[in-house]
Ligand binder design. Structure first.
Ligand SMILES: CC(C)(COP(=O)(O)OP(=O)(O)OC[C@H]1O[C@@H](n2cnc3c(N)ncnc32)[C@H](O)[C@@H]1OP(=O)(O)O)[C@@H](O)C(=O)NCCC(=O)NCCS
Length: 257
């Protein structure tokens, strides 16, 4: 990051349009602020540009606000407070979740924050999902609603929706053997207790194995936003294609495959 690396809101908006982000889209963004260059106004400028691109009156912007850790287990259940729990997915999601108009889903490990027309519809009921990224989760819903995923300065390794694929297929390495009783605190300060299947962090992944095929299939498009290399993914066809691939080779996404 240096002074001659400056990137404005207008440049980000222009580059988002070039990549194919349109008004009315439901867009989940995984990000790295530093990869964009020196952004005048920091994370808020990126969020403002993304919101302008999708138009919150028509579309919805989502960010992953993950809080899970490798220590989460029956012995050490994760505790999630929708207002207080900081995420580890970067300054852009952490800044967005704190905005007045953001709605954050309830999940012990894999919450998302959303702003826009369908923010409530996309985030509601996450606490009732048996697996945190599977059926009924915001990640799954986004795929079923023909949303899109933007990898802004990050690679497929950061694409949480691969866990959706793993949960839909039911691969043997991904989840802990038994449900864990987790406590969450909602906006009103109420305690919500749910049994949920948590991720097992033991298996290294290689999600980038699908980079070339996803580009070749036209499911994913590469581009640049500021100085950041980016991918825009069609979520519905991503889920369909990756599920097919993983069903035929259940070890496809593990680093040892
Ligand atoms: C981990 C990760 C967030 C790190 O990226 P990053 O760019 O270093 O960090 P952030 O996006 O939080 O941005 C903060 C950094 O931007 C830089 N920065 C600060 N102000 C800035 C500005 N105005 N313009 C540009 N960069 C700036 C700084 O280096 C800052 O780091 P620091 O606070 O340690 O000094 C990123 O690599 C990543 O993995 N993102 C995806 C996460 C995700 O969605 N994971 C899903 C897992 S399944």
């Amino acid at each position: 990051m240096s002074a001659n690396n400056r990137v404005s809101k207008e440049t980000i908006l222009h580059d988002l349009r070039q990549l194919g982000v349109q008004s009315g889209m439901e867009l989940l963004v995984h990000s790295s602020l530093s990869r964009i260059g020196y952004v005048e106004g920091g994370a808020d400028t990126v969020i403002d540009a993304l919101l302008k691109a999708v138009d919150p009156a028509e579309g919805t912007l989502l960010v992953p606000t993950l809080t899970g850790t490798s220590a989460d287990s029956a012995e050490q259940p994760p505790f999630f407070d929708v207002k207080a729990s900081q995420c580890w997915t970067g300054v852009i999601p952490e800044t967005m979740r704190l905005r007045e108009d953001a709605v954050r889903s309830l999940s012990p490990t894999h919450s998302v924050a959303a702003i826009g027309r369908n923010a409530f519809d996309l985030t509601r009921g996450h606490e009732d999902c048996w697996t945190t990224c599977g059926f009924g989760s915001p990640y799954y819903r986004l795929c079923r609603r023909r949303g899109a995923i933007l990898l802004l300065g990050v690679t497929l390794e950061s694409n949480t929706t691969f866990h959706t694929v793993e949960e839909v297929v039911g691969v043997p390495y991904h989840l802990q053997p038994k449900p864990v009783t987790c406590t969450m605190t909602d906006e009103q300060g109420r305690s919500i207790v749910r049994s949920t299947m948590l991720h097992d962090w033991g298996t290294p992944r290689n999600f980038s194995v699908l980079e070339a095929p996803l580009l070749a299939e036209g499911i994913m498009k590469a581009g640049r936003i500021g100085h950041a290399d980016c991918f825009l993914i069609d979520a519905e066809s991503f889920l369909a294609y990756s599920t097919d691939q993983l069903q035929s080779n259940p070890r496809l996404l593990t680093a040892q495959s």
